[in-house]
Design a protein around this ligand. Structure first.
Ligand SMILES: N[C@@H](CCC(=O)N[C@@H](CS)C(=O)NCC(=O)O)C(=O)O
Length: 223
């Protein structure tokens, strides 16, 4: 029996998990929930995850929540290069990267993206975004530097959980940079390749992965 993955379109956390399933060739039943219809707060899903958050994975009677833990669970089910490394030393390094992404990259991305994605554009939007830009660029520069050593953030010949933890946040900030409210602000992320050529090439490597298309947020295709 294949696992079930509950996810929402555009959730960077859910996207991580779909990328991990694709990379590890884990077959899954897609349970796409509609945020606008509040399906993630409906009784049917609260019975799976009482916290009402996606992603969640169901594997028989077992439910796993939290994107990093779900990626780890998928790692145990899949084939091909392990997302959390093959040795203790590799796992330590990959977890180090994942923690850095969760604590620093996410916050830096949200600082810039949230005022553009959700707030009503007003005089303060530009101020909030501009105040958040240095932290974002510090994180992006850190990723760019890491990619000077090889194709993947945590090194190694194949993508790890660190790459899939970071990738959706890069896409998220690029999408925010395309919003109407961002027109008057130079965010320095579109096109990404202009300032961060290695990051752009890394994105392209992930996008070329078999199964990538199934992970792409469906409502982003509509604009
Ligand atoms: N730390 C969680 C974050 C999950 C999360 O916040 N998901 C959002 C969607 S992007 C959600 O379901 N939010 C609904 C809510 O918080 O009520 C993870 O890594 O999976």
């Amino acid at each position: 029996m294949s696992v079930e993955i509950y996810w929402g379109s555009g959730s960077p956390y859910a996207w991580r998990v779909l990328l991990a399933a694709a990379a590890r060739h884990v077959p899954y039943e897609s349970r796409l929930l509609s945020f606008s219809a509040k399906e993630h707060k409906a009784p049917a899903f609260l019975a799976v995850n009482p916290r009402g958050k996606v992603p969640a994975l169901k594997d028989g009677d077992r439910v796993v929540t939290e994107s990093l833990a779900i990626m780890h669970h998928l790692d145990g089910l899949g084939s091909g290069p392990a997302l959390f490394g093959a040795s203790h030393a590799e796992r330590t390094h990959i977890l180090e990267w994942c923690s850095r992404i969760v604590s620093d990259l996410e916050e830096a991305v949200y600082g810039v993206a949230r005022p553009l994605m959700f707030a009503k554009p007003d005089a303060d939007t530009a101020g909030k975004v501009e105040a958040a830009l240095p932290a974002l660029h510090a994180e992006l520069a850190g990723l760019e530097t890491a990619l000077a050593q090889g194709d993947w953030l945590a090194g190694g010949p194949a993508p790890s959980a660190a790459d899939f933890a970071a990738f959706p946040f890069l896409k998220y900030v690029e999408r925010a940079a395309g919003k109407e409210a961002a027109r008057a602000i130079d965010l320095g992320v579109r096109p990404l390749a202009a300032r961060y050529p290695r990051l752009a090439a890394w994105q392209a490597r992930i996008e070329a992965m078999p199964g990538y298309e199934r992970t792409y947020p469906p409502h982003w295709r509509e604009g």
